[in-house]
Structures are given as structure tokens and as C-alpha cells.
Design a protein around this ligand. Structure first.
Ligand code: FMN
Length: 360
């Protein structure tokens, strides 16, 4: 049997991707005034347009959804116009681009919240994690528990941001259901002690994520909606006592909604792939559309995974930071450049748009 490679096209719904290599969402904290992506962002993403699909950095759906300084939004006309420059620049180069839609929930700081308010969460449990604010890392603020009556507004913020994404020229949206942010805070019982319809059982804890997904699907279509999850990751200081049945249920429900892809961070985000026991094949069986795997992939591991049928697409995060032409380098066996950890969050062109491509 001929071996499949990452360098073949893949049909993501009706969208044809040039290859199976996806750029994972990467927060870079460089938005300009009004949390508008700047000109450099258009250059940065266009440089990486040879990825089969780019998923942008996490982008807040409202002012309340912000948890780190200088992260972009998608809820004002200026932000839509800023993103339009990014999507145009990527499309001119023949690339495809989804925006990752984000609400941080309790992973925030009063200095970033409208009116200096407390960040919101399923329950008033402070996360053991830090956010980037006032040009440094600081402990998150004490959150307040959301009233049930506030949840429709949050669902609608995601829906409206998805509509704005299409207006900004995106090919689709990824709902950020991973890494300890709001939607995962509802899903994982370490952050959710609610006793209403959004807490307790597996079905109740999945409710907000699934309501958001359904609202986004209704707004922009299932073919333009993906969801990212991280079943066993403790990113954002979060824990779950029952990830396997919880995420088996979520995969089934998302499959029923017909979303175009499920994006799964395997293991600890940016850490060990085997951080905790989990049967990812169980998600793969339950979700029939495109399955996108991430975390610690090399060309070899991804190619093996593809040929074993473990996933259809593979997302690379850190390697895309220092290698704008990652696809070409993987294809030709060229050496990979290392990223500079000092220039990840905030700043200008240095460590952002100045990593060279081999071809120049
Ligand atoms: C600088 C940086 C920023 C990140 N920002 C995001 C983000 O905005 N949204 C998200 O879901 N994951 C984010 N991640 C996690 C990556 O998408 C990815 O899951 C992680 O780096 C593991 O993949 P890799 O081993 O290919 O790097 C970020 C990671 C890094 C290193």
C-alpha cells in the first residue's frame, strides 16, 4: 500500500486544503489600539500561508472575554476591518484561514476587564495560573460565578463574533473549547460546581459548549465551524475527574451537529503527550468528519498517525513560529529554526515577522 503523506490535499467540507499541515492557534499579544490586529499581523500570517489551514491566535468575542494584554478581538467594526487585511493577505497567497473564537472566563485580571470588574466563571473558584498583563505575568483575579441568565448573552457573543468573522473574510471559525478557558471551565468539574442545568452531570457540563457550537453552526454553517478541545490538559490550572466519558459525549454531540472538524490537543498542551491516560481513538470513532490532532508532533509522528488512521490533519504550533515556510522545510528535510522564547508575547517585528524562509 502506498504511504499517505502530509503533503496531499484534504477536503475540509467544501474547502480544499493544499496539504494536511495546519498552523495551530498561537497567541502573540501584538494587537494595536482598540485590540485591532495590525499590519504586522497580516505579514506574519501571509508568511505562513503555505499551511493547509491557518488557525489564528485566540481572539476574544467580547471585552469581557479578554484575559491577556494586547490580544485581538472580533467584536468592533475596526477589529473586523483589521482582520480583513489579514484574511486578504493570506488569500492572495492561496492560503486558508479560520479564526479561533475565545472567552477566557476566569483566566483574566481585573485590569483587563470592563470597569475593572471581576472575571466571570462557572463557579467562584480562582484558577492556579497567571496571565500576561501590564507587560508581565500576574496571578489571575478572583472570579465571580455567572448567573444562569447571563449565559444566553455569552452564547450570542460567540454567534455574533462568528458572523463578524465571515464579514472579515475568514473561511471559518474555531470555537476555543480547550486549555482551561470559559467553555472548558464549564466542561471540567474541577472548575464547575454549579447545581443548575450547566453543572453536575456530563450532559449539563457540556451544555454551554454545545449551545455555543449550535449557535455558531446556525449562523455560519457547520462547514465553517470547528471546535478545539483538550481532554486531559491542565493548562489554565484546571482538572477533570472524568475526561473519557465527558469527551466521548462531546464528540458524539458535535458529530450530530455536523461541525467540519474536531481539533484535539493530546496530553498536556505544549507538554507530555502521555500526561494522562486517555483513549483518543474513542473520539476519532465517534466523530465522523475531519479529525485534527495536535501537540508535540514531528513530521515522523504525524505521518505515522496519518497512515494509522489516527487523524486526517495535524496542527503544528511552536514549529510555525520560527519557520514561516514549515511546510516546505518538512517536505525537503531542511533544518528547522528554533523560536526565540523571549519574543513570544508582545513586542513588534522581532521574533514575529523576521524569521526567514529558506527561499528568502
Ligand atoms: C506562544 C504560544 C501561544 C499559544 N496560543 C494559543 C492560543 O491562542 N490558542 C490555543 O488554543 N492554543 C494556544 N497555544 C497552544 C498551541 O496551539 C499548541 O497546542 C501547543 O503549542 C502544542 O503544539 P506544538 O507541540 O506543535 O507546539 C499556544 C502555544 C504557544 C507556544
Amino acid at each position: 500500500m502506498t504511504e499517505k503523506t502530509l503533503f496531499e490535499p484534504h477536503a475540509l467540507g467544501s474547502l480544499m486544503l493544499a496539504n494536511r499541515i495546519v498552523m495551530a492557534p498561537l497567541t502573540r499579544n501584538r494587537a494595536g489600539a482598540g485590540l485591532v490586529p495590525n499590519e504586522l499581523a497580516a505579514t506574519y500570517y501571509a508568511q505562513r500561508a503555505s499551511a493547509g489551514l491557518i488557525i489564528t491566535e485566540a481572539t476574544q468575542v467580547s471585552a469581557q472575554a479578554q484575559g491577556y494584554q494586547d490580544t485581538p478581538g472580533l467584536y468592533t467594526p475596526a477589529q473586523i476591518a483589521g482582520w480583513r487585511k489579514v484574511t486578504d493577505a493570506v488569500h492572495v497567497k492561496g492560503g486558508r484561514i479560520f479564526v479561533q473564537l475565545w472567552h477566557v472566563g476566569r483566566v483574566s485580571h481585573v485590569d483587563l476587564q470592563p470597569g475593572g470588574a471581576a472575571p466571570v466563571a462557572p463557579s467562584a473558584i480562582r484558577a492556579a495560573t497567571k496571565v500576561f498583563v501590564n507587560n508581565g505575568f500576574a496571578d489571575v483575579s478572583e472570579p465571580r460565578a455567572l448567573e444562569q441568565g447571563e449565559l444566553p448573552r455569552i452564547v450570542d457573543d460567540f454567534r455574533q463574533a462568528a458572523a463578524n468573522a465571515i464579514a472579515a473574510g475568514f473561511d471559518g471559525v474555531e470555537i476555543h473549547g480547550a486549555n482551561g478557558y470559559l467553555l472548558e471551565q464549564f466542561v471540567k468539574d474541577g472548575a464547575n460546581q454549579r447545581t443548575d442545568a450547566y453543572g453536575g452531570s456530563i450532559e449539563n457540563r457540556a451544555r454551554l459548549l454545545l449551545e455555543v457550537a449550535a449557535a455558531v453552526v446556525k449562523q455560519v454553517g457547520a462547514e465553517r465551524t470547528g471546535v478545539r478541545i483538550s481532554p486531559v490538559s491542565t493548562a489554565g490550572g484546571i482538572t477533570s475527574s472524568d475526561p473519557q466519558p465527558q469527551y466521548d459525549y462531546i464528540a458524539e454531540q458535535l458529530n450530530t451537529l455536523g461541525i467540519v472538524y474536531l481539533h484535539v490537543v493530546e496530553g498536556a498542551t505544549g507538554g507530555p503527550r502521555d500526561a494522562a491516560a486517555f483513549d483518543y481513538a474513542s473520539l476519532r470513532r465517534r466523530f465522523k468528519q475531519t479529525y485534527l490532532a495536535n501537540n508535540g508532533y514531528s513530521l515522523e509522528l504525524a505521518t505515522a498517525g496519518l497512515n494509522e488512521g489516527k487523524a486526517d490533519l495535524f496542527a503544528f504550533g511552536r514549529p510555525f513560529i520560527g519557520n514561516p515556510d514549515l511546510v516546505e522545510r518538512l517536505k525537503t528535510g531542511a533544518a528547522l529554526a528554533q523560536m526565540n522564547p523571549a519574543t513570544l508575547y508582545g513586542g513588534g517585528a522581532a521574533g514575529y515577522t523576521d524569521y526567514p524562509s529558506i527561499a528568502g
